[in-house]
Design a protein around this ligand. Structure first.
Ligand SMILES: [Zn+2]
Length: 112
């Protein structure tokens, strides 16, 4: 979470923002990140960061997605079932759902 907060601050500073209001994150269900834990970490970290004093965190969970090496099918699944629904192969590769990404940041940018 520290990395995410750093990235948010850097993006905000680069944009010339003086305050961040909203931070929207996507978290893949295959990450070890737990939404409650993320929210808590964000609160603690944002308290130490003047830019983020008033920032609110919004989380979107992203279902994992895999591609089948046997038949090429792309499919969504939960974190425990990665068998291809089309041909039943176990030769599948995770292509989405293990990342934590910053979707957008709402910030106040003074126009001078
Ligand atoms: Zn398949």
């Amino acid at each position: 979470m520290t990395g995410v907060v750093d990235a948010v601050c850097e993006a905000a500073r680069n944009a010339g923002a003086t305050r961040v209001y909203e931070v929207h994150l996507s978290i893949g269900e295959m990450t070890e990140a737990i939404p409650d834990a993320l929210e808590f970490a964000f609160e603690v970290l944002s308290d130490q960061e003047p830019l983020l004093q008033d920032a609110q965190l919004f989380l979107t969970q992203v279902a994992p997605k895999s591609v089948c090496h046997a038949c090429g099918e792309e499919f969504s699944h939960d974190r425990f079932h990665r068998t291809c629904p089309s041909c039943g192969s176990l030769q599948t590769e995770l292509i989405a759902g293990r990342d934590l990404t910053i979707d957008s940041i709402e910030a106040e940018v003074p126009d001078d």
